[in-house]
Every structure is written in structure tokens, then in C-alpha cells.
Design a protein. Structure first.
Length: 629
């Protein structure tokens, strides 16, 4: 993974050792792609088009039945072909049937082919016909957005209510080397996420790690369990109104086949157990204890996820079949406690092994109550076809890790680019996933060493000290939407692939229109003026005669806390903390709108990357509705 040289130079040696080990092993997957089942062969993609617009080329194609996603190959004028990876995503395939390719020179023609894949670990069997286009010279015409406030377009799924977290045992940590109160600030980050983002579930690593002293083997070889520390942690988060998704890992040293095989600075053990019966006994005892302590009705709503990213060498020393055994033993143990308890997996990196696990449980009858996997730098692939192929079409899908950047201390985590990225992902999974957990809630994060400065491009939605990053504000704006979605369409240069929209209506007839400007290419994350757009917004079908309008913005100059802290400051002093907290607000302004025959009209600028939320609130209740034309 990419290392930020400034951060690397200031980290303790032990943390550097863990980080170097991580860098060397993170991309080593244990997935065997040889001998792929021909039954998973997909036909060539048809209906491919390429259109040149200002700042980007828009690609579109006809969906292929059974596809999880689509690989895009681009060829330059010299004949050099590359697979687009969107600036570094761990999954190059994209789930939809449209794409904006950006960052190319104006006027140069590029060729494209599209290939459907059954999953990230599966090949393209047949490529589409080749199409060509070139980026056009600007300026771009305004993009028109039309909203029908009287329409009904389904119900908003608040998939972000599950969030990822560093191991929960850090609730018991004291101050770090820089005086930051880890436990108190981490607890407060969960409270903020609950109160402001609606978070009611959290998924974290290492509940079985030896930090929690769950398993002890005495000199006679007898095993005892102690869940006291886990109880204290779960009691804390339950008091906040947050329940755990219980990730079963890492392996306790007392039952591990190789206690020296570890990951992270806290040395989570990644080997299979020495004795499968001891693993099964542990999981049964753990689930039974939780039910006894918290009640079956409570724990039945949680979910047990078996392990973390077993398809990566850095997290699992076994192979795929070893993972299936780990899963089977855990699932059987959980169901012995109660059939009502939920168990799922494969909890893999990069959307892999969903077919492997669903095929396995279809053949063996092992229980599977939800499917889980992870993706970074891209919207999650569509794993529903894999579930359907194996007779499991109705299973819930929980994406238990997802984020704009897959690198610790990477270049994207603190910046504005993450804000529209979040909204693209949340909208993308509507109707096909039940949870999309952003990884993670807080920059109090120790996997590769504690942060050495405030803005270090940490994974968190919140900084150390709980300042809100642009990604936080994007999620907040999604949470502020009404439950009733309404019809919104985009036309013009960049429609649906650069500029996107999401609109809703509240019970009091308040209308929210979310707009964002982004492309799936992290290489232009700092912005590209050719992709900035002017939006022409028309809202019809409003229930009242008169509305007030407020615009909230997230971009380089709005709701962006990072520039408030000078770049040469590692940790703020008291005065700077006061200034940062005063600036830690969502930027909003009341704007004038133009009344039209059918509703209202508003023009506004939308930079790339950028987000705007237009909120229309009725000034008087009961006024007659203006019908949409």
C-alpha cells in the first residue's frame, strides 16, 4: 500500500515493522482463479456507446444477466491497453451500466471495450466490440435537473446505519503519546455517529483477540473462557443505542495453530485453530454467554460474521477450504445456541468468495443468514446474481467495510473527494444491499500505528478530537433526507455519470434535493475545472404556494475542516482547537428562488468534487399543490 513519507518518517519502529509487513502482504490473495467453472461464462456486452463530453467520456452499455460488474479496457492512440482501476480501487469492475472516464487530454481519441464478470475473481470471457470517443473542449453547457415533488419513487434505505470501527477494546485506552484521550474521544465518536448519522450498529475487529483475554489454557491443558472484558465493551455501546455485528476473530493464542502469525501492531493472530472442536466450543460458549447476558431477542438482531478477509494472506494463513471449515464450525455452534441467531460471511476483501460460500452452503446445507464482503475506492459489485445462482436470492447483503481509499494514511481520506464518493455509493446500493458500512467512524485507529498528527489522512469519518470531515457531512446530508424518495432526472453534459441527484420528501412536505459532482477516478480527486458544472434546477409538484430555500455545500471551500489547520501543524494548541471547533459546522445559506408556473427554479455552481443540498421548506401549511407538468 502507498506510504505517506511524512507520516512514515515519524512513526515508532514497532509500528513501522507492522506497517512494512502489511505493505508486503496486503495484496496477496489466496483465491485460485485457475479452472474457473465454465458454467459462470458470461456473454459479450452489447449496446456499448462512447460519447465525448467536456472533461470526460461517457460510456454506456446494456446490462448482462448474471454479471456482478463490468471491466473497462481503454486503449490509447499508440495501441497501449489498460484496465481502468479508478485511480487505485481494489476492485476494477464497476457495478452499473454507465461510466465517466476522466483525466484524458482534450481531442485525443481513446478506444474502449467492456467485459462482464461474474465476480472480482472471475475472468472476462468475451469482450464487447470496440468503440471510440474523445474529450471535448469546454466550456460545458449547464446541466438541467428536474424534480417532481409530488411523485413517489420508493423508500429511502438508510444503509449507512451500520458503520465500521477500530477494535472496540480501545474504549478502555487512556491518552496517547500526544495527550489525546483515546477511550473518551472514541466513545464520543460513536455517540456522534448515532445522534447525527443514525448509526445503530457497529462492526469491529478483534473481539476474540487476546487483548480481551477470552480464552485461557492452564498447565494441565484445560480451557476456560472469560467474557468479562467483552461484556464491558458491549455494555458501553448498547448504552449508546448501538448494537454489534460480531466479527468472530482474531484467533486466541490458546487455540491457535500458529500464534506467531499475526497482523497489525496489536498482533492479531491469523492462523486456523489447532483443533477445530476447540474453535467450535469457543463460539458456542461465546454465543451462549451473550444470549444469557443480553437476552435472545436482543442478540438475535445482531449477526455473527465469521472472520475478516480470509482471501488475503495478511489475514488468514489457511486457504479457501480452511475458511469453509472455520465457517461451518462457527455456524453450527451458533445455531446450536439458537436457530434465531444470524451467521454470515465470507467477509472477504474485494468482493471475492461470495460464489464460493453460497455454492458451499447450497451443497452442504450449512446455515447462511447474510452475505458480507468489502470494497474500497469503488461502489460495491452486485453479488445478488451469485446468491441467485445458488438458490439464495432472498439473503440480506451486508457490506461490512467500504470506503473511498483502501490505504492507511492514503491521499484521499481527509479530502473533499470522499464526500460525493459516499453519496454515489449509498445511492448505488439502494434496492440491492441492506447495509453499507463506512470504514471507519474515528481516526482513533491503531492497526498500523497511532496517528502522529491531526490530519494524517486517516480512515475516520471523524478526526482525533471528533472534527467532522467532508465524508461525514455527506453521510449527514443523506441521513437528513426524508423517507419518501421522489423522481429526479438529470440531462446535459455529465448527466448521471458526473452530476448525480437524489431527492426526497418529508412528511411536512419539505423537499430535499441532493446534488453531487464526481467521477470515479481518484487521480483527479483534487479537482478538474473542466468538470465543474452550473446546475439549472427546476422543482415542480410542490405542495405549498411558497417555499424558503436553503443550500448546504460540501466542497473545497465549504464544510471542509482541513484547510483551517495550517499544514505545518501536527497537533493544534488550545487556540487553534477553539478555531477548529468553531469551523466544524455544515456551511449553509438561505437563497432566493424564482417562482415558475409549475414550481421553483434555481441556478447554482457545483464544482468537482462537490456536494450541494437544496432544502425547500413550505412557509405556510395547507396551500394548494402546484401540479408537475
Amino acid at each position: 500500500m502507498t506510504i505517506n513519507e511524512q507520516d512514515s518518517a515519524t512513526e515508532p519502529a514497532a509500528d513501522n515493522d507492522a506497517r512494512t509487513d502489511w505493505e508486503q502482504r496486503i495484496y496477496r490473495r489466496t483465491t485460485d482463479t485457475a479452472g474457473v467453472d465454465p458454467a459462470l461464462e458470461l456473454p459479450a456486452v452489447t449496446g456499448v456507446t462512447a460519447q465525448g463530453f467536456v472533461g470526460h467520456i461517457k460510456l454506456a452499455w446494456s446490462p448482462v444477466d448474471g454479471a456482478a460488474g463490468y471491466i473497462i479496457e481503454r486503449t490509447d492512440r499508440n495501441g497501449t491497453a489498460v484496465i481502468l482501476d479508478h485511480g487505485g480501487s481494489d476492485v476494477p469492475a464497476v457495478p452499473g451500466a454507465e461510466y465517466a472516464d476522466a483525466g484524458m487530454p482534450v481531442g485525443e481519441s481513446f478506444g474502449y471495450r467492456i467485459g462482464a464478470v461474474a465476480g472480482n475473481e472471475f475472468p472476462v470471457w468475451h469482450w464487447s466490440e470496440r468503440v471510440e470517443a474523445a474529450v471535448r473542449q469546454g466550456p460545458a453547457e449547464p446541466v438541467h435537473v428536474s424534480v417532481d415533488a409530488a411523485s413517489d419513487s420508493g423508500t429511502l434505505q438508510r444503509v449507512w446505519h451500520l458503520v465500521g470501527s477500530e477494535r472496540l477494546s480501545q474504549l478502555r485506552e487512556k491518552t496517547d503519546d500526544f495527550g489525546n484521550d483515546i477511550g473518551a474521544e472514541f466513545y464520543d465518536s460513536l455517540r456522534i455517529a448515532h445522534d447525527e448519522l443514525g448509526v445503530d450498529r457497529v462492526r469491529a475487529h478483534a473481539v476474540l483477540d487476546d487483548t480481551n483475554a477470552v480464552v485461557v489454557r492452564d498447565d494441565a491443558g484445560q480451557i476456560t473462557y472469560d467474557f468479562t472484558k467483552v461484556d464491558a465493551i458491549y455494555d458501553d455501546i448498547l448504552r449508546l443505542g448501538i448494537t454489534p455485528v460480531v466479527e468472530l476473530g482474531f484467533m486466541p493464542a490458546a487455540i491457535a495453530s500458529d500464534p506467531e502469525a499475526t497482523v497489525f501492531t496489536y498482533r492479531g493472530i491469523i492462523s486456523p485453530p489447532t483443533d477445530w472442536a476447540e474453535w467450535r466450543s469457543l463460539i458456542k460458549a461465546f454465543a451462549s454467554h451473550l444470549v444469557e447476558r443480553y437476552g435472545l431477542d436482543e442478540v438475535a438482531a445482531w449477526g455473527f460474521e465469521v472472520w475478516n478477509e480470509p482471501n488475503l494472506e495478511v489475514f488468514w494463513t489457511g486457504g479457501p477450504q480452511d475458511y469453509l471449515r472455520l465457517y461451518d464450525e462457527a455456524a453450527a455452534a451458533i445455531k446450536e445456541v439458537s436457530p434465531r441467531l444470524l451467521v454470515g460471511g465470507p467477509s472477504t476483501a474485494a468482493s471475492e468468495w461470495v460464489h464460493l460460500l453460497t455454492e458451499h452452503v447450497a451443497h452442504t446445507g450449512a446455515p447462511l443468514d447474510f452475505i458480507s464482503s468489502h470494497t474500497y475506492g469503488n461502489a460495491p459489485l452486485d453479488v445478488q446474481p451469485a446468491a441467485r445462482r445458488n438458490g439464495l436470492a432472498d439473503l440480506p447483503i451486508w457490506w461490512t467495510e467500504w470506503g473511498v481509499g483502501h490505504t492507511h494514511f492514503g491521499p484521499l481520506n481527509d479530502g473533499v473527494y470522499g464526500a460525493p464518493f459516499v453519496l454515489t455509493g449509498l445511492k448505488s446500493v439502494q434496492g440491492r444491499m441492506d447495509a453499507l458500512a463506512y470504514w471507519v467512524v474515528s481516526d482513533h485507529f491503531e492497526e498500523l500505528g497511532r496517528p502522529t498528527r491531526l490530519f494524517h489522512n486517516g480512515f475516520g469519518l471523524l478526526t482525533v478530537g471528533n472534527l467532522r470531515k467532508p465524508r461525514f457531512w455527506a453521510t449527514y446530508l443523506a441521513e437528513q433526507m426524508g423517507d419518501q424518495l421522489i423522481r429526479a432526472t438529470v440531462t446535459g453534459d455529465g448527466a448521471d455519470v458526473v452530476v448525480q441527484t437524489w431527492a426526497s420528501r418529508h412528511d411536512d412536505d419539505t423537499v430535499d434535493v441532493l446534488l453531487w459532482n464526481s467521477v470515479p477516478n481518484a487521480l483527479v480527486a483534487q479537482g478538474d475545472p473542466s468538470l465543474d458544472r452550473t446546475i439549472s434546477l427546476d422543482v415542480a409538484g410542490l405542495a405549498a404556494a411558497d417555499y424558503s430555500a436553503e443550500v448546504a455545500r460540501v466542497d473545497q471551500h465549504h464544510s471542509n475542516i482541513v484547510p483551517v489547520c495550517p499544514t505545518d501543524v501536527d497537533w493544534p494548541d488550545t487556540d487553534l482547537w477553539q478555531k477548529l471547533r468553531a469551523a466544524d459546522v455544515l456551511d449553509t445559506e438561505i437563497v432566493a428562488v424564482e417562482a415558475t408556473a409549475t414550481g421553483i427554479h434555481l441556478d447554482l455552481a457545483l464544482p468537482m468534487p462537490g456536494v450541494a443540498r437544496i432544502r425547500l421548506q413550505p412557509k405556510a401549511a395547507g396551500a394548494p399543490r402546484k401540479e408537475a407538468s
